[in-house]
Ligand binder design. Structure first.
Ligand SMILES: Cc1cc2nc3c(=O)[nH]c(=O)nc-3n(C[C@H](O)[C@H](O)[C@H](O)COP(=O)(O)O)c2cc1C
Length: 146
């Protein structure tokens, strides 16, 4: 069974709802899912997973501080040990969404491998957005199982 880590930050619940949809999709595809807020995630979580989803709200066109804090804490302890590990990103926003670029840039620094197009959601995910987030989780699970 592949192990999927989902690390996210959320101030008012939109990204939390998105993260839960990603988790549903990954579980539905047979993966074991660890869902953590950035503050609770540890570098070891990144080392132990087969694939990771990184989720954030857009905060002044950058990722939220709690996800950034996790990535800052995880960088040196995982350096050189997560090369080509599959990842995908999801962002909720208020009409912008440029925060995605910051996540993708930092993921490149970790040398993670992007395996699915990011899902961008305006506000609280519903309907098609939930389906897209579930599909992202399922895709991560399938790639990680190979
Ligand atoms: C401090 C702050 C800065 C924000 N900056 C942006 C922004 O630059 N672009 C944007 O599209 N939305 C911005 N937003 C809106 C949030 O990204 C959006 O409401 C998001 O869905 C909130 O997610 P959450 O409920 O998980 O906290 C900002 C919100 C906050 C609180």
């Amino acid at each position: 069974m592949s192990k999927i880590l989902i690390v996210y930050c959320s101030m008012s619940g939109n990204t939390k709802a998105a993260a839960e949809a990603v988790a549903d999709g990954a579980k539905g595809a047979g993966a074991k899912v660890t869902l953590k807020k950035g503050a609770d995630a540890k570098p070891q979580d990144l080392l132990e997973c087969d694939a990771v989803a990184l989720g954030s709200y857009d905060a002044f066109s950058y990722m939220g501080g709690e996800l950034k804090d996790f990535l800052d804490r995880a960088f040196y302890p995982t350096q050189g040990q997560v090369t080509d590990k599959p990842y995908a990103a999801f962002v909720t926003h208020g009409g912008g969404g440029k925060a995605l670029q910051s996540i993708e840039s930092v993921a490149q620094s970790f040398k993670l491998k992007k395996v699915a197009e990011a899902v961008l959601v305006k506000g609280r995910p519903e309907g098609q957005a939930i389906a897209d987030l579930k599909a992202l989780g399922a895709k991560l699970a399938k790639v990680a199982a190979k």
